[in-house]
Design a protein around this ligand. Structure first.
Ligand SMILES: Cc1cc2nc3c(=O)[nH]c(=O)nc-3n(C[C@H](O)[C@H](O)[C@H](O)COP(=O)(O)OP(=O)(O)OC[C@H]3O[C@@H](n4cnc5c(N)ncnc54)[C@H](O)[C@@H]3O)c2cc1C
Length: 489
């Protein structure tokens, strides 16, 4: 059976089964938190999503597990405390997806250094860090040793600990693991409506691949559709007093040798925002921006002004502008920010990142807003609101997850069937950029010998060139995958 047939078979199976206890709609961080918490309680569930797993905001973040020092400045102490606890949980539970990372926060003057120290003292206390991991003051010599050539005004500052993680790699591994024994997951399904049928809910939708109607039944439904949550609720016939603000943030990914800094940089910019330069997978991730959109884009793309803003910031702090060879990739994500009913006039950067749990009908709950770092807590809160006093107790450990293998170097064939067994990888994009996204450099290795490969990755390349390069890449990789491995055979 090929990938498409396998998937159809699965859809049929889901349709004929008796209702499971839960259906999670949305294959991003929020859905992942619910799936994990349902898993350890032995709750039977489906986890379905439009597009591919992580195709939304959750593969487009700054890849930080952090308390968020800028939220401290906004007085969001409970959010920061919760995020620090969850950061530590993630480092302990899934260390193979996380990296502890020291950040430098430059201080302009003595007063600023004292204020930062106070905040970071609290930050470290709440995270329960051992002495050797707590924040440190850096004098000029230490500062420039950590950030050689730093071009900003301040040449002293604080070094403190946070973490980075493989957002998409973690999601993909979890998605596959959830499926290892029993089919749980399905992608490329768009939910269009919920219909009450006794004490169950019919989840009705469309198969995005062929437009065929889709239906399954569950006792509880959790709406984890991120920035589209409120739009979806309204389409499904529920009302929501709040409003979603679609705030786009973009990043540039630079070559690892663009600079030789030893630590990451975080600097406050305007309107309570911060600019990051973070080492990630032997490269540098620079961002981010904040642009409010009126329409929800299918695939968000960085706007020219955003790219310029990031380039200017890089030049300001690193002292040189990246050229096109230095830039490997650019991407944007949409923050799911919730404007609470009755509150207006706030800038996107000052809208709280605290999540919201809303019950719309018995057995239907939405999780709105939030952060990647607190995804597990969001999942737990969502289940508590859904199951109330009937929430099953925890009966097993969190599943063990291994990062998915990368594209093997110097091999011409990839074990694609492994990636499509759960009907998850159907398109080259699914397979390469999401299943393998943590192996981004492997894809580049594959392409390195190819003429003009960069035109696809290079942001300013004309659309037509990008399209042609993508076709060439797809054909090349399909060949490498071998006949057996073609995701759409
Ligand atoms: C630029 C940027 C940087 C960020 N950096 C960080 C960071 O460093 N650390 C951090 O903790 N957080 C960060 N965040 C926040 C974090 O990424 C988000 O809060 C989180 O990823 C949101 O996850 P989600 O699952 O709610 O949404 P999504 O990831 O968007 O997932 C929702 C999914 O639902 C699916 N869906 C939508 N409608 C339907 C439907 N009708 N039927 C079926 N499926 C549907 C979508 O296809 C999508 O895949 C950042 C966000 C942005 C934008």
């Amino acid at each position: 059976m090929n990938g498409v047939e396998l998937r159809k078979h699965r859809i049929q199976g889901f349709h004929q089964e008796p209702p499971r206890q839960l259906c999670i709609i949305g294959g991003g961080a929020t859905g992942a938190g619910v799936a994990l918490e349902a898993w350890i309680r032995g709750i039977s569930f489906y986890w379905i999503t439009s597009g591919d797993i992580g195709q939304g905001t959750s593969s487009r973040s700054t890849k930080l597990l952090h308390g968020g020092i800028r939220y401290l400045a906004q007085g969001e102490f409970s959010l920061v405390k919760e995020a620090l606890r969850e950061r530590q949980w993630m480092l302990k539970t899934y260390p193979n997806f996380c990296t502890k990372q020291r950040f430098i926060l430059p201080a302009q003057n003595f007063r600023q250094a004292i204020t930062y120290r106070l905040g970071l003292w609290w930050y470290d206390q709440k995270a329960g860090l051992p002495k050797n991991e707590r924040h440190k003051y850096l004098n000029k010599e230490q500062f420039l040793k950590a950030l050689p050539g730093f071009n900003g005004k301040a040449k002293k500052g604080l070094s403190y600990l946070d973490a980075t993680f493989a957002d998409q790699g973690f999601l993909s591994a979890l998605w596959m693991q959830m499926d290892a024994h029993t089919p749980h997951v399905l992608n490329h399904i768009r939910v269009r409506g919920l219909k009450a049928a006794g004490n169950t809910w019919e989840i009705q939708g469309l198969d995005e691949l062929d437009g065929a109607p889709f239906c399954l039944a569950a006792n509880h439904v959790l709406n984890a559709t991120g920035p589209e949550s409120i739009k979806n609720l309204e389409e499904w016939g529920f009302s929501c007093p709040h409003r979603m603000v679609w705030s786009q943030g973009s990043h540039l990914l630079l070559k690892g040798n663009f600079m030789d800094w030893k630590q990451a940089l975080v600097v406050p910019v305007n309107h309570g925002r911060v600019f990051f330069m973070v080492p990630w997978q032997n490269k540098w991730l620079a961002g981010t921006t904040e642009v409010v959109l009126n329409e929800f884009p299918k695939i968000p793309e960085p706007q020219k002004e955003e790219v310029q803003e990031i380039l200017d910031s890089i030049e300001k702090y690193v002292g040189k502008k990246p050229n096109k060879e230095d830039i490997l990739w650019q991407f944007s994500g949409i923050r799911p920010l919730v404007y609470l009913a009755g509150k207006s006039g706030k800038m996107a950067s000052s809208i709280s990142r605290k999540h919201l749990v809303l019950e719309h009908a018995p057995g239907v709950v939405s999780l709105l807003g939030g952060k990647w770092t607190i995804f597990r807590q969001m999942g737990e809160d969502g289940l508590k609101a859904l199951f109330k006093e009937k929430l099953p107790p925890i009966i097993k450990d969190y599943p063990t997850l291994e990062p998915l293998p990368k594209i093997p170097k110097n091999k011409t064939k990839i074990n694609a069937p492994f990636y499509k067994t759960c009907g998850a990888a159907l398109f080259p994009d699914d397979l390469l950029f999401r299943r393998f996204s943590s192996g981004f450099e492997d894809i580049l290795d594959y392409l390195n010998h190819r003429e003009a490969w960069w035109s696809w990755w290079w942001p300013q390349a004309p659309q037509e060139e990008k399209r042609k390069e993508k076709e060439r890449l797809t054909a090349y990789l399909f060949k490498a995958l071998g006949d057996q491995g073609q995701p759409q055979d």
